[in-house]
Design a protein around this ligand. Structure first.
Ligand SMILES: Cc1cc2nc3c(=O)[nH]c(=O)nc-3n(C[C@H](O)[C@H](O)[C@H](O)COP(=O)(O)O)c2cc1C
Length: 376
């Protein structure tokens, strides 16, 4: 079996895997799928290191790189390098609210020097100005095994598409609503990822079971991947039945032996059921699905200050997120993750996850053939 995107990259499996962890990306590639490296927390210099590492560890197989292209790029934040520079943009009520939650959970403070360094690092990596995105693109195109660029948010800019074309690379983009397909088609995107609301990370409101067939119909002849909720092989068969040519996965890799997650996060994912995540504005100001916790729920409570628009919310909570990640207060612990967490019950290697997905996918296809043939 070979779908069109599998043929582009000579894959053995119709499985694409998003991860911020290069070990997961490489292991998926070696197991016959395609890993896609998340780069939102990388400077161009760090990205060069990550991709050079991947070049050595995918067994010569191609990989994808996920980049953020912000059309409403906050260039106005260029030159702001200290917390004081942006303080006037972050209401005191909000800053006090963040401190209050952390105090209630006895989360230690950072030293002034560390806090300032953190802010500088954040401004260097997270503001997603157009210039930063283009600097990352320049790094990506220097790596011949980087065969696909994925736009995390919105339509990729023209220069990205033309640069990719000139190097025979593919460009993919995530879409959460059918109305966005026409913009991607007009831009010349090669592959669309129908991103359902059950997915981990930034999400729209539409369930993938409803979204994928609509996107597939509107995108035709551009191939589509089904994104969201995939944790079993039978769901890959279902995705193909819905009109997709493969699956785009994220959360199932968070509890693999290779993943970047801490033991506390893994444990929370393994214990969570499928109601254990919620869409929340707490991280970036845009809806993202994350593990439920008192922190996430506090930002959804109308009695509390409301999350700020992107990118101010991230500026507001960046240090809090680092403190929570370091001290892991049990009540506040959260992480981007999708509803598929309810199907994850133990840590496994990437290879084992791939094997089980493909085994059940094959069995399900066989069951379908038998149903079709009317076999009892
Ligand atoms: C921890 C985590 C971080 C994510 N960060 C990004 C990101 O930076 N860029 C992006 O395009 N998608 C991101 N996503 C979404 C994934 O690309 C993918 O759409 C999603 O995980 C698929 O749904 P699933 O989690 O149900 O498998 C993230 C997902 C997770 C779980």
């Amino acid at each position: 079996m070979k779908t069109e995107p599998m043929a582009w990259f000579d894959l053995d499996a119709p499985i694409f895997a998003f991860s911020h962890c290069r070990d997961v990306v490489a292991a998926v590639c070696r197991a016959g799928g395609m890993g896609a490296l998340g780069t939102t927390q990388c400077t161009a210099e760090q990205l060069e290191i990550e991709l050079s590492w991947l070049d050595e560890h995918t067994g010569g197989r191609p990989y994808a790189v996920d980049l953020m292209f912000a059309s409403n790029a906050p260039e106005r934040f260029e030159g702001m390098t200290t917390p004081e520079d942006v303080e006037h943009l972050l209401p005191k009520e909000h800053r006090d609210f963040v401190e209050r939650i952390l105090d209630e959970h006895a989360v230690p403070k950072l030293s002034t020097e560390e806090s300032e360094q953190l802010f500088r690092d954040y401004m260097a990596t997270m503001t997603r100005t157009h210039a930063q995105a283009m600097a990352r693109l320049e790094v990506v195109v220097r790596h011949p095994l980087a065969r696909m660029i994925v736009s995390a948010l919105g339509v990729p800019p023209d220069e990205v598409i033309s640069e990719a074309r000139s190097r025979d690379m593919k460009v993919a983009a995530l879409v959460g609503h059918p109305k966005h397909v026409k913009h991607h088609r007009a831009a010349g995107v090669d592959l669309l990822i129908a991103s359902g609301t059950e997915s981990g990370g930034h999400v729209g409101e539409i369930a993938s079971f409803v979204l994928t067939p609509q996107i597939a119909e509107l995108a035709d002849p551009i191939p589509v991947l089904h994104g969201g909720g995939v944790g079993r092989g039978r769901q890959i068969a279902a995705a193909l039945a819905l009109g997709a040519q493969g699956v785009w996965t994220g959360s199932i890799w968070l509890t693999t032996a290779e993943a970047e997650t801490t033991p506390a996060v893994r444990d929370k994912i393994i214990r969570a059921d499928s109601a254990g995540t919620m869409r929340s504005l707490d991280g970036t100001g845009k809806p993202a699905r994350r593990l439920r916790s008192e922190w996430v729920e506090a930002w959804a409570d109308p009695a509390n200050p409301q999350p700020l628009p992107m990118p101010l919310q991230t500026m507001l909570v960046n240090e809090a997120r680092v403190r929570m990640a370091r001290y892991e207060p049990p009540g506040l612990l959260t992480y981007p993750a999708g509803q598929v967490v309810g199907m994850i019950d133990r840590e496994r290697t990437v290879r084992d996850v791939m094997y089980d997905l493909l085994l059940e996918f094959g069995e399900t296809m066989e069951q379908m053939r038998q149903i079709d043939a009317g076999v009892e």
